[in-house]
Design a protein around this ligand. Structure first.
Ligand SMILES: [Zn+2]
Ligand SMILES: [Zn+2]
Length: 267
């Protein structure tokens, strides 16, 4: 059985754990090693069982613990070659990744421990940012976090998802009327920033009609503590799904918590 737990999601740390009977992997490692182990142990899981780690980009909330986890448990790390070069210089990962680095490329699928991994380009202000389309246990998981604009590639990948992790970072009004300085507001809402609730809704409106009856799990991620609420994000996504004819009772639609683990979901 394919299972998923978010160990944290948001600007203070991101780490997603997937497992089936044969393979376990992390997407990003922005949560400390002890916290990861504690949150996994509550479900009888462990970082020791992780076969590999995928990285979306080199912002600290996604790689803070990558060096420690990869070196402590000797886990292979997969990221684009450009991102790997940056990780070798980054203070979080420098001198810690040693020989366990594997380059993968945007637009090229690779099979890693039986998981088909396809990175796709995402606009965001890191060295390089990717989303992932993953095929495991016959299911397609799409991870789209830290994304500044809706591109054809984004829609092409999301429209194949059975299971979707979708950024829903900010509510536009809360951001505009909040305390963030204008320069930071512009960075977040710019084309290399983050997806708003409205943009996440637009992605669902444009992709869900292709996935009726297939896209059954939608996890809203990277929700801002200051410029959003889980309720606003969920209401927006739910509204989009209803507008395109979805029976929302048949969809797991959840906002992933920021500073704690989610439930353990069977996918
Ligand atoms: Zn982030
Ligand atoms: Zn980022």
């Amino acid at each position: 059985m394919l299972r998923f737990i978010s160990l944290a999601s948001g600007s203070s740390g991101n780490c997603y754990f997937f497992t089936n009977d044969k393979v376990s992997f992390l997407v990003d490692a922005g949560v400390g090693v002890r916290t990861c182990d504690k949150r996994l142990a509550e479900h009888g899981l462990s970082l020791k069982q992780v076969d590999f780690i995928l990285v979306t980009h080199d912002h600290i909330d996604h790689i803070k613990a990558l060096g420690v986890i990869a070196s402590k448990y000797s886990k292979p790390v997969y990221a684009t070659s450009k991102l790997l070069r940056a990780l070798l210089k980054n203070a979080c990962t420098r001198n810690r990744l040693n020989s366990s680095l594997h380059g993968i490329e945007v637009g090229v699928s690779a099979t890693i421990c039986g998981v088909e991994v396809s990175p796709f380009a995402v606009c965001h202000d890191a060295t390089q940012t990717v989303g992932y389309k993953l095929v495991v246990s016959g299911r397609t998981i799409v991870i789209l976090t830290d994304c500044g604009q809706i591109t054809a590639k984004v829609l092409e990948n999301v429209s194949q998802a059975d299971i979707l992790l979708l950024e829903s970072n900010y509510d536009s009004e809360m951001l505009q009327n909040g305390l963030y300085p204008k320069i930071l507001q512009d960075r977040i809402s710019g084309g290399n920033g983050h997806l708003s609730n409205n943009q996440a809704a637009e992605i669902l409106m444009k992709t869900y009609p292709n996935r009726i009856g297939r896209m059954k799990h939608i996890y809203l991620c990277h929700i801002s503590a200051n410029n959003n609420t889980p309720k606003l994000a969920l209401d927006s996504a739910r509204g989009a799904l209803i507008a395109c004819g979805a029976n929302v009772d048949n969809i797991i639609l959840t906002a992933l918590p920021r500073g704690r683990a989610s439930a353990l979901y069977s996918l």
